[in-house]
Design a protein around this ligand. Structure first.
Ligand SMILES: Cc1cc2nc3c(=O)[nH]c(=O)nc-3n(C[C@H](O)[C@H](O)[C@H](O)COP(=O)(O)O)c2cc1C
Ligand code: SF4
Ligand code: SF4
Length: 435
């Protein structure tokens, strides 16, 4: 191996940044061994809990939807969304841990970190499970702060609503209480796993959990999703499914960068929507320490792991990176807050190179500032930009098949504001001193 794929995940070092996200991929002894053989740097077990409803709830019925087919893809699926009704392990935690000693031995021998996942109700349960999972050989714990949904299934809460995972999205101080307590009784890294409902306050939650002693955070689990088959008019998965799509990576990537910037030295196990090796690189560049994959393994199978590692290594080598650590956080210095964009980034203006233009009209179709126009006479012509109207949105350049539209910076902010308001100049605010 010429590229060092190792990544630091808090106090742990993983042999590579690919992590098997909590789920059936690591729901039994044999499946954990298989996931380990597949090459993951770490494996999160299926979540076990004492929620009777959740043990029986699984009607797994997996749905792969929104499939995009790529001709050159050996599996035939280039992109997809995922839905399921698969919640906690059928084995209660005190039984689940019985096969973990053998599983963790196997993982250790293969330089793979086994992370135990469980969901408690009440401090006593969280404590007991943490001890049991560590005694069984888990090298780290992922606290499932994503399920169950007491709002949906009050009978599962048994009077402990205030200390059930999903509640912590709304009341993170309670999650901090659990973390603080567990850090007093076990000596392994702890990662709370958050539901996407925690997005609205994720930076503060991360700060609070770091202060409570967590070594990092996992973002995100699935959320309730809905897909309707228009041929039958029926919802897929009875309308009660949870899932993720490749598009969810956009949310996760944004939040990964926010946490990485504002909560330094706090490991992020990022994911949700990651399907390919380049998704991992992207999230690492946004500041993640490792990346979890779940639906992708269900769709492509365990062989996807080696194939991703291979492609990732080739790409890193081609780009001249010596190690995975070199790409971590690479994009962070160039990620601005929305409020800073106007001070840091100058407005742009478009120009067409008429000698290359084939007069296809794509630019004019997408310009909603009435700046790009097509001039055709006797079958000949080219596009032209009315610079007085150009907002510099750049979409014309992105759709132009000949890439013959270039952009330069405007000298004065006021020219850009005038262009933005060119359709109704009389309605512009009084910033021009002209009224
Ligand atoms: C079939 C299936 C079962 C899952 N079960 C669990 C689980 O037991 N515990 C858990 O924390 N997450 C579970 N998840 C959620 C995943 O770990 C992951 O957070 C989520 O699927 C989003 O990532 P993805 O887009 O890579 O699938 C499950 C996911 C799938 C696909
Ligand atoms: S940059 Fe935007 S506003 Fe300017 S011509 Fe292109 S599409 Fe129109
Ligand atoms: S999209 Fe490009 S090639 Fe097509 S008309 Fe506009 S400038 Fe010309």
């Amino acid at each position: 191996m010429t590229v060092d794929l190792r990544t630091k995940l808090g106090p742990l070092t993983l042999k590579n940044p690919l992590v098997s996200g909590g789920g059936p991929v690591a729901g039994t002894l044999q499946h954990i061994k298989n996931a380990c053989d597949a090459g993951f740097g770490a494996i999160v077990t299926k979540t076990a809990s004492y929620y009777g409803e959740f043990q029986r709830y699984p009607r797994p019925v997996y749905n792969i939807c929104d499939i995009r087919v790529a001709a050159d893809d050996p599996i035939g699926i280039s992109e997809c969304s995922w839905m399921h009704n698969d919640h906690n392990s059928v084995y209660p935690p005190h039984q689940f841990v019985k096969f973990l000693p053998e599983a963790s031995e196997y993982c250790k021998k293969n330089d793979c970190v086994l992370i135990g996942s469980f969901a408690g109700a009440g401090l006593e349960q969280w404590e007991r499970m943490a001890r049991d999972y560590v005694d069984a050989g888990c090298q780290a714990l992922e606290l499932n702060f994503c399920c169950p949904y007491p709002q949906v299934m009050p009978e599962t809460a048994q009077g402990n609503e205030h200390l059930i995972g999903q509640t912590f999205g709304d009341n993170p101080a309670l999650g901090a209480e659990v973390i603080k307590r567990l850090k007093q009784i076990v000596d392994v890294p702890i990662f709370p796993k958050m539901p996407p409902t925690a997005r609205k306050d994720i930076v503060n939650i991360a700060k609070m959990y770091k202060e409570a002693g967590a070594d990092g955070i996992t973002i995100y689990a699935n959320s309730m999703v809905l897909k309707i088959d228009i041929e039958t008019g029926e919802p897929m998965g009875w309308g009660a499914s949870i899932g993720s799509s490749h598009g969810h990576m956009l949310d996760t990537c944004q939040d990964t960068a926010k946490i990485a910037k504002e909560v330094p030295d706090f490991a992020i196990m990022s994911g949700r929507g990651a399907r390919y090796w380049y998704d991992c690189i992207e999230l690492l560049m946004a500041g993640a320490a490792s990346v979890q994959y779940s639906a992708a393994i269900h769709v492509y199978g365990l062989k996807h792991v080696k194939s991703m590692l291979n492609d990732m290594e080739n790409w890193l080598e081609r780009k001249g990176y010596k190690s995975i650590e070199q790409v971590k956080g690479l994009a962070l210095p160039k990620i601005y807050r929305s409020a800073d964009v106007k001070n840091r980034v100058k407005a742009l203006v478009a120009k067409v190179d008429a000698s290359k233009c084939i007069a296809c009209g794509r630019c004019a179709e997408v310009c909603f500032y009435d700046a790009a126009e097509l001039f055709v006479k006797n079958g000949k012509g080219a596009a032209k930009i009315n610079q007085d109207n150009c907002a510099g949105c750049t979409i014309c350049g992105q759709v132009c098949p000949k890439k013959c539209i270039s952009f330069t910076e405007r000298a004065e902010e006021i020219e850009y504001l005038r262009a933005l308001g060119s359709a109704h100049p009389d309605l512009l605010p009084d910033i021009f001193g002209e009224k």
